[in-house]
Every structure is written in C-alpha cells, then in structure tokens.
Design a protein around this ligand. Sequence first.
Ligand code: MG
Length: 215
Amino acid sequence: MTTAVFFDLDLTLLRYTADFETIFDRAVPDAPDGAYDRYLSVFFDAFEDLAVDPYAVGFEAITGEFDIGDDPEALVARYAEAELAATTVPASAREALVRVADRRPTGILTNGAPAVQRAKLERHDLAGVVDAVVVSNDPAVASRKPDSGVFEAAETALPADDYVYVGDTYDEDVVGARDAGWEAYHVGDDGPGDDPAAVESVAEAAARIFGEDDA
Ligand SMILES: [Mg+2]
C-alpha cells in the first residue's frame, strides 16, 4: 500500500511577513483611493473563475479605471516580486516536508495562479523536494479546493493507494480532502477545535503520518 501526501502551500508551508494591502502598497506606491479595493475585488473574482493569471486581470482593471502611471505588465511583475519577498518558510516546516518526501510520494496541492505558486516553490527551494505540484488555476487542473476535481488532478499526478492532505483552511482543505476520500490533517485554528484532524504544526502532521503520535 502506497500512501501519497500532499501539502497546501500558503499558510501551511509558507508564512507571510506582510498582508495583501501592504504588498499592494509596495507594488503600487501612492495608488489612488479605491484602487486597492477594486483590485482585490477583481482579483478574487478572476481567481474564483480559475483565471490562469488573476493578478493580470486585477491590474488591467485598475489601470483602466484609475490614473496609475504604469502598465499592467509592470504592475503584475512588481506585485509578484513583492508577494514573493513577503514569504518565508519556517525551518520546522521545511524539515517536516523533507522528512515526508524522503519516505512517501509527496506533492504540493494549492489554490492559486500557477506561475506565482511555482515561483514561491522555486524561491524557497521546495520544488525539487516534492514529486508533484498541482495548482488550481493551471488550465490543465481548472478546479479549486474544496472541489474534488483538484484532488483528482493530484491523484492523476501522483498515483497511490491512499492520500493524505495537510492544510490550514478547514472548509477548503480538510472538508475538500475528505469529500475526495482522502485523510486530512489541519494545521489552522479555524473550524471545529475538536476535529481529530487538528494538529499543532506541519511537524506534528508528519509525526502522525508516520504513526509516531504515541511516541
Ligand atoms: Mg492555505
């Protein structure tokens, strides 16, 4: 029996040192009033519609509607760099991922734009650690958590008998994984606190995956 393990990326393996608005302000200094809110609204609509580059859709909208002295391509590039620069990977999370990847088929399953999610993995030298990377807004996937399609894409990417998912968002990650027939570990503090999936950390999830929780 082979068990494959997939990890969520944002706020499971990655931490952020700045919030969305701060990242936006770094990419678009002196943005006109309302530009950020409009960007965010268009971005999330495009994200949920599975656009391959929701950042471009968002910046195209605000450069058309506000007086911003840059073209959308330049803004997308600056925003991506600002977002990447605001990410960190705790050593404990990296160690846990490497530990699991040494012993199980291991992948990343993430809701996001393929170019940006893959750039985060490259930036933190995580791409080479895992065997598969599945991103919701990749046109070949075109399904986002909690929908089962993205989990099915992960099963196709990494054939195994059983699957485990480790994520921080209860409704997307834990509920989505279970609906797809997967086991789940939950590293976040949303959702019911008494769920047996709850763990304190990615390291604890790895320990439970290896049956070490009573050690
Ligand atoms: Mg997450």
